[in-house]
Design a protein around this ligand. Structure first.
Ligand code: GLY
Length: 425
């Protein structure tokens, strides 16, 4: 029986550990650092997800057979390269490929060089250049993006010139996001339905996951600031099988080709955010990992043993594997603290008003259990209330029955997850 280490401590990693726990070949799962949810199904290890030395020491001493990496930061710091160099089995892209994660301008360049349709953009590093760009581009036709890793806080849709000036000043002059915001992308704003598509890859073959929709804005009907995601649903009904294959052909395959031909190895997950325009799909973001909360709605629909899929990605045998998906739908509603996304509110007691129904999966995103047994918040996103149903509406109603059972001071969530058919409704 295998010992698997999952790296990370959010809802995505809880979902990964939960799915891996269903594998008959796995005897032990450790999660570093994990959270109160992963502690219920696995062993939490007190090592940070970015502590490469600590993770290697644990993996060696605890005889870990396979490491699965959730978040982008350890990938960008070269966790996979170091494990692979030490002959340790690990699932995730190497540092060079993960640069698509850590620098939006790198990802844009790569996409353009490899013929991936993506909105036009300009990179600026000072306010004067940004202002000059705005002289010829109306503010409501652009998106402002921090170049670096900003944990979901780096994308802005300015509401007028004063707002745009404030956002640019805070990034470029006041260091609001530190290093991540010192280089800024000014990108053409496109209109159309947005969706995300993820695929497993061994670097050559691709196995598409069900298309999904992430709800990026804080409030119902797409109002409020951008977040790391306030919920998700899969499948995305607006996306036909033909459209998913077109996105794979026109976006995922050339992007992956770029990552390979630029000297990278890529065994892991490719994840693209796409907008469906009248001219066809355009790529907004290119990522080298599972989305969060995208993973929370896709993994419950996976019928094939996740360990078999990961093994096939690492061994280069993915083409021969039949990866099966349920025809059901899944919905995940994120419960966040009052200050999210601006700041997190740690230390709030999480309590229950009723027993969460058995058909609701509670993936923990930012929680910790105290010695006295109390559950408290640790971050902005706290719980992902997730349910599967025969269709999106049924799954959403199930998930919201779970939401009704949980509370903490200032809890906020969207009430329309899984219930909208288009972002324009
Ligand atoms: N929810 C956005 C991401 O995972 O990148």
């Amino acid at each position: 029986m295998l010992h698997v280490l999952v790296v990370g401590g959010g809802g995505r990693e809880h979902a990964l550990a939960w799915k891996l726990a269903q594998s008959p070949r796995i005897g032990r799962i450790s999660v570093a650092p994990g959270n109160a949810g992963t502690a219920q199904i696995a062993h939490n290890v007190d090592v940070d997800a970015t502590d490469i030395v600590g993770l290697m020491a644990f993996a060696e001493s605890a005889r870990v057979d396979l490491t699965v990496v959730g978040p982008e930061e350890p990938l960008a710091r070269g966790l996979v390269d170091q494990f692979a160099a030490a002959g340790m089995r690990i699932f995730g892209p190497r540092r060079q490929a993960a640069l698509s994660e850590t620098s939006k301008s790198f990802a844009k360049r790569l996409m353009i060089d490899h013929g991936v349709p993506t909105p036009r953009y300009e990179v600026v590093t000072n306010l004067d250049d940004a202002r000059e760009f705005l002289l010829t581009h109306p503010v409501d036709s652009i998106v402002i993006k921090a170049d670096g890793l900003a944990r979901g806080k780096g994308v802005f849709l300015p509401q007028g010139e004063t707002d745009a000036e404030g956002i640019l000043r805070s990034l470029l002059e006041r260091d609001a996001l530190g290093e991540a915001g010192r280089r800024v992308i000014l990108e053409e704003r496109l209109h159309g339905d947005e969706l995300s598509l993820m695929a497993f890859t061994d670097g050559h073959a691709l196995k598409l996951m069900p298309p999904l929709r992430e709800y990026k804005r804080l409030r119902e009907r797409g109002i409020g600031p951008n977040t790391g995601g306030m919920g998700a649903h899969a499948p995305a009904p607006a996306v036909s099988r033909e459209m998913a294959l077109r996105i794979s052909r026109e976006i995922i395959e050339p992007a992956l080709d770029g990552l390979q031909t630029d000297g990278c190895c890529f065994a892991g997950v490719v994840y693209v955010d796409v907008v469906l325009t009248a001219e066809g799909p355009q790529a907004l973001e290119l990522n080298a990992r599972f989305g969060d909360p995208g993973a929370q709605v896709v993994l419950p629909l996976l019928e094939t043993d996740l360990l078999d899929v990961i093994d096939a990605c690492i061994d280069g045998t993915l083409d021969a594997l039949d990866v099966r998906w349920s025809r059901s739908a899944a919905v995940s509603v994120v419960l966040a603290t009052a200050g999210y996304p601006e700041h997190s509110d740690p230390g709030l007691a999480v309590t229950t008003r009723c027993d969460v129904p058995d058909d609701v999966l509670v993936f923990h995103a930012g929680t910790r259990r105290l010695d006295n047994g109390a559950l408290i918040t640790t971050g902005g996103r706290v719980l992902d209330m997730t349910a599967v149903g025969p269709d999106l509406t049924a799954a959403a109603h199930r998930a919201y029955r779970g939401v009704d059972c949980v509370e903490f001071d200032g809890m906020q969530y969207r009430r329309d997850i899984g219930l909208l058919r288009s972002q324009w409704e």
